[in-house]
Ligand binder design. Structure first.
Ligand code: FES
Length: 774
C-alpha cells in the first residue's frame, strides 16, 4: 500500500449530499477495487457513479486519488510539472522480500523511460528518438503488418473456429513490435510470458505465492533485454528503433544514456505490442457485440479508421495511468496535497457525457471519437499511437474482408489479467462457417485493400450511404434533393446552419442543408453553375430519385447563437439554403428575426414563396428584375443591441455586409462562404516560420512550401481537419503568442483581431515565430 496523502479538507461534492447519500457514496468509495471483476470487465462502467457525483475521490485501500472526468484527466496529462509521471511504472503492489531478492539476483534495474521521466530530461530524449515514429517512417512498415496478418489468418481461415488472441492477436503485434524495434524474433511464447509478468509486476496485485514466479519472469525478461542490447551494440547498423537508439547514444550519450537504453529495451517490447494486442481483442469483441457496426465496416471499409478510434474510445486497452503531484493543487474543486498519487482513469474520461454524446453507445461515425485519451495527451502522449492504429486498421480490414460472417462463440467467459491499467480479454473465441468464406468464390477478396492513411484524422473518412428519396425543381436551375439513409438506419443528426460533403462522382462538394433537422432526412438545394468545377452539373444530371450517394458530415460552423434571440438574416441567391434552416430554427425558438433575400429574379429564388408563406412579412424579397434593391447600408446602418447578423451568398454580397456592419460590436456578424480560402500561395512568396507546441514541448519549422497542418502531421501531432481549404473550422487551434496571417473564411473580423485562434490548414505566422496550444 502506498503511504496515503489523503483528503486534507472537506470534499465539495460530499458536502452537497444528504446524509444517506453521503453514506452510500462513502461505501462506493470504500468498495472501489481496480483489481476486481467489475473494473476488469468495464472500468468506465465501474466508476460511472464517480463521473456523475464524485469525480475526484481518495481510495484508502489503494492509497491513490482517483480522477474520472474527461476535462480533469486531460488537464492532468497537459501539466506534467504539477502532475509528474515519475510513478507511472512504480509497482502498485509492493514486492515481497523474496521477490525483491529474486529481482536483485538478476540485477534488475528498470530506470526511467520515456513513460515516466520528468523534464528537463524527457523532451530532449523524446526528440532524439522520435523520427522512426513519424508517419513517413511508419509507412515503411505497412506491408510487413499486412503480410503477417494475412499469414496468420491463412492458418485458421478454414477451421470455422479460433481463439483470436492465441492464434493471431498476440503474436502479430509482438512480431510487428520486434520488427519495429529491430529486435530478433525470439521465442514468442516466452516473450508473452515475460510481458504478462511485467504487467502483473508493475500494475497488478499478485498474491504472495505468485510474487516469486512473477519476479523470476521479470528478471529473465530484464536479462533477455540486456543480451539483445549487447548484440545490437556490437552492430547497430540495422533497421529499427533500438539500433537507431544505439546510434543516437553514440552521437548524444548524455541524452540517450546507457542505462536508459536497457530500460527502454524492456519497456519498449511491452509497450509496442501488449497494448496493441489488447486493443485489437477489445475492438473485435466490441464490434461483434454491436453487429450493425461490424456489418457497416464489412460493407464500407472506409469506415474502419474511425471505427478504430471509436473502439479505442469505448473499450481501449488502457484503463488508467498514474501521476504524482509535485505541489499542493486543486482538481475539480478538491484540494490535493503535494506528493499525492493519482490514478487518472482515461477509460472513464472516454465515456464522460460532458465530452461525448451518448458515451456508452458504440457509434463508428462519431465525429469526435478521435478525441479519446487512450493514448494520453500532451508531452507524454504515446509515441507508438500511429503504429497501433495501423495494426488495428489492418486487422479489421483483413478480418472484415475475409471473414465478414465472423461471430463471437456463444457462452464464453471473458477473463482479464487483474491490474489497474491494461485490459483486454485473455481469450477471444470466434466461429464462422468456412463454406461461406468469400474468397472461396472470389479469390480477389484476399487482395483488395486501401492504403492506411497514417496520421490523418479518421473523421475525414466517415461517410453515410444514402439514397435520393425526392427531387424537385425549386427555382430556375435549382434542384432540391432529399437524401435518406439506406437500410432503414437513422439519418445523421444535424443542426440549422450545417453543411454536408457530397461525393459528386469522385469530387467532394460542400452543400448547406435546408429543410427541418427534425424530420429524419437531409435536404440540399443545388444551383447549376455553368462555369463551375463540375459538382453542380453532376448533381443536376446524375442524381435522380433512387440514386445512391455518399455523404460526409454534417458539420456546423454557422450556428444560431444560443444566447442571442434577435437576428437579421441576409441571403443572396443559393445562399438561402443555410439561411432558410436558421430562420426555421429561430422561428421554432420563438426568436425575433427578419430575413432579407436577394436574387436575379423571383423565378430564380429557391424557396421564396414558401418562406413568405411560412414567415409572412418577416421575409423581404429583392428580385433584381423587379426593381427594389437590397440596400445593406440602410438596413444595417445602426448597430442593433443584442442582435446577430447572419449572411450567406456570393463574395460581393458578403463583402458588402461586412462593410455595412463595420460599426457593429465585434462578433455581431456571422458569414458562410461558398468558395475556399487561399491555403498556400506561391511558395516563393511565403516565409518559413517556427512554431512552438506548448503542450507537446516541441518546436517545429514550417517550411515555405508546407502548411502548418502538414508540418504538424509529419511530426506525429494529432490535429483534426476536414476541408483543408479554410472553410470549415475543423483544424482550429489556440494561439498562445505571435501574430497570425489569417487566411481562413471561418473566423469573424473580431476573432481575427483577438488573435486567440487560427486555422492550421491555411493560416501562417506573420513574423518568425508562433506558439500554439498543442
Ligand atoms: Fe477546414 Fe482547416 S480543415 S478550415
Amino acid at each position: 500500500m502506498t503511504a496515503g496523502l489523503g483528503p486534507a479538507s472537506a470534499c465539495p461534492f460530499l458536502s452537497a449530499l444528504t446524509a444517506e447519500q453521503a453514506v452510500s457514496m462513502e461505501r462506493r468509495i470504500a468498495e472501489f477495487d481496480p483489481f476486481g471483476e467489475a473494473y476488469q470487465r468495464d472500468p468506465a462502467a465501474a466508476v460511472a457513479w464517480s463521473r456523475a457525483e464524485r469525480p475526484v475521490f481518495y481510495s484508502e485501500d489503494l492509497g491513490y486519488w482517483v480522477v474520472t472526468r474527461y476535462d480533469d484527466v486531460k488537464a492532468i496529462f497537459r501539466d506534467n510539472v504539477t502532475f509528474s509521471p515519475s510513478v507511472a511504472l512504480e509497482k502498485i503492489t509492493p514486492p515481497s522480500a523474496e521477490a525483491m531478492a529474486i529481482l536483485e539476483s538478476y540485477d534488475y534495474g528498470m530506470a526511467r523511460t520515456l513513460v515516466n521521466e520528468d523534464e528537463p530530461a524527457h523532451m530532449p530524449r523524446r526528440r532524439a528518438l522520435m523520427e522512426p515514429f513519424t508517419p513517413a517512417e511508419l509507412a515503411h512498415h505497412e506491408d510487413m503488418v499486412r503480410r503477417l496478418t494475412r499469414e496468420y489468418v491463412d492458418r485458421f481461415i478454414d477451421d470455422g473456429r479460433a481463439d483470436l488472441v492465441d492464434q493471431m492477436l498476440w503474436e502479430v503485434p509482438l512480431t510487428v513490435a520486434l520488427n519495429f524495434l529491430g529486435v530478433p524474433e525470439d521465442d514468442m511464447p516466452t516473450l508473452r510470458e515475460y510481458s504478462v509478468a511485467h504487467t502483473v509486476n508493475t500494475w497488478g496485485r499478485p498474491a504472495p505465492e505468485q510474487q516469486a514466479a512473477v519476479a523470476e519472469s521479470v528478471g529473465k525478461f530484464w536479462r533477455f533485454s540486456g543480451d539483445v542490447l549487447e548484440r545490437l551494440r556490437a552492430d547497430p547498423s540495422g533497421p529499427g528503433w533500438m539500433p537507431y537508439g544505439v546510434r543516437q547514444n553514440a552521437v548524444m550519450p548524455e541524452v540517450v544514456t546507457d542505462s536508459y537504453l536497457h530500460s527502454i529495451m524492456m519497456a519498449g517490447i511491452v509497450a509496442a505490442h501488449e497494448t496493441t494486442a489488447n486493443a485489437a481483442a477489445n475492438a473485435i469483441k466490441l464490434l461483434l457485440e454491436n453487429r450493425d457496426s461490424w456489418d457497416d465496416i464489412c460493407a464500407d471499409p472506409t469506415l474502419i479508421p474511425n471505427a478504430v478510434e471509436e473502439c479505442l474510445r469505448h473499450s481501449g486497452s488502457i484503463a488508467a495511468w498514474r501521476r504524482i503531484t509535485t505541489a499542493d493543487t486543486v482538481i475539480d474543486g478538491v484540494d490535493i496535497p503535494a506528493g499525492a498519487r493519482l490514478l487518472i482513469m482515461s477509460s472513464s474520461a472516454n465515456r464522460d457525457e460532458r465530452h461525448f454524446d451518448d458515451p456508452d453507445a458504440v457509434d463508428i461515425r462519431r465525429m469526435n471519437a478521435g478525441e479519446h485519451l487512450t493514448f494520453g495527451f500532451g508531452a507524454h502522449q504515446c509515441m507508438g499511437k500511429n503504429l497501433a492504429r495501423m495494426e488495428l486498421q489492418v486487422f479489421l480490414e483483413e478480418l472484415t474482408a475475409r471473414l465478414p460472417h465472423l461471430a463471437l462463440a456463444p457462452d464464453q467467459e471473458f477473463t482479464y489479467v487483474p491490474n489497474t491499467s491494461f485490459r483486454g480479454p485473455e481469450h477471444l473465441w470466434v466461429t464462422w462457417d468456412p463454406s461461406r468464406n468469400p474468397e472461396r468464390t472470389d479469390p480477389s477478396v484476399r487482395e483488395r485493400r486501401m492504403p492506411v492513411r497514417i496520421g490523418e484524422p479518421s473523421s475525414k473518412l466517415i461517410s453515410h450511404r444514402m439514397v435520393v428519396a425526392e427531387r424537385e425543381q425549386v427555382g430556375d436551375d435549382v434542384v432540391r434533393l432529399r437524401l435518406e439513409p439506406l437500410g432503414g438506419r437513422p439519418a445523421p443528426a444535424w443542426t440549422a446552419g450545417s453543411h454536408i460533403d457530397l461525393d459528386c462522382g469522385g469530387l467532394s462538394r460542400q452543400y448547406s442543408l435546408c429543410g427541418d433537422p427534425a424530420d429524419g432526412g437531409l435536404e440540399i438545394a443545388v444551383l447549376r453553375e455553368r462555369d463551375g468545377r463540375g459538382g453542380s452539373t453532376f448533381v443536376h444530371e446524375s442524381l435522380l430519385v433512387g440514386t445512391e450517394v455518399r455523404v460526409r458530415g454534417p458539420r456546423n460552423h454557422f450556428r444560431l447563437d444560443p444566447d442571442v434571440h434577435r437576428h437579421v438574416f441576409v441571403a443572396g441567391g443559393i445562399g438561402i439554403t443555410p439561411i432558410s434552416a436558421l430562420a426555421a430554427e429561430a422561428h421554432r425558438r420563438g426568436d425575433v428575426f427578419e430575413l432579407h433575400y436577394a436574387g436575379r429574379s423571383r423565378r430564380s429564388m429557391a424557396f421564396a414563396a414558401r418562406l413568405r408563406e411560412r414567415f409572412g412579412d418577416r421575409v423581404n424579397l429583392y428580385p433584381a428584375d423587379e426593381g427594389p434593391r437590397l440596400d445593406l447600408n440602410a438596413l444595417l446602418e445602426d448597430p442593433a443591441p443584442d442582435t446577430r447578423v447572419y449572411a450567406c451568398g456570393p463574395a460581393r454580397l458578403l463583402e458588402a455586409v461586412t462593410a455595412a456592419t463595420a460599426a457593429w460590436p465585434i462578433g455581431s456578424l456571422r458569414v458562410e462562404h461558398f468558395a475556399a480560402a487561399t491555403t498556400l500561395r506561391d511558395p516563393a512568396s511565403e516565409s518559413a516560420f517556427e512554431v512552438d507546441l506548448i503542450e507537446s514541448g516541441l518546436t517545429l519549422t514550417v517550411p515555405r512550401d508546407r502548411t502548418l497542418l502538414q508540418t504538424l502531421r509529419a511530426a506525429n501531432i494529432d490535429v483534426q481537419s476536414d476541408c483543408e481549404e479554410g472553410l470549415c473550422g475543423a483544424c482550429e487551434v489556440r494561439v498562445i503568442s505571435g501574430s497570425v496571417d489569417h487566411r481562413d473564411l471561418v473566423l469573424s473580423e473580431g476573432e481575427r483581431r483577438s488573435g486567440e485562434t487560427m486555422m492550421t490548414c491555411c493560416s501562417r505566422a506573420r513574423g518568425p515565430r508562433l506558439s500554439i496550444a498543442l
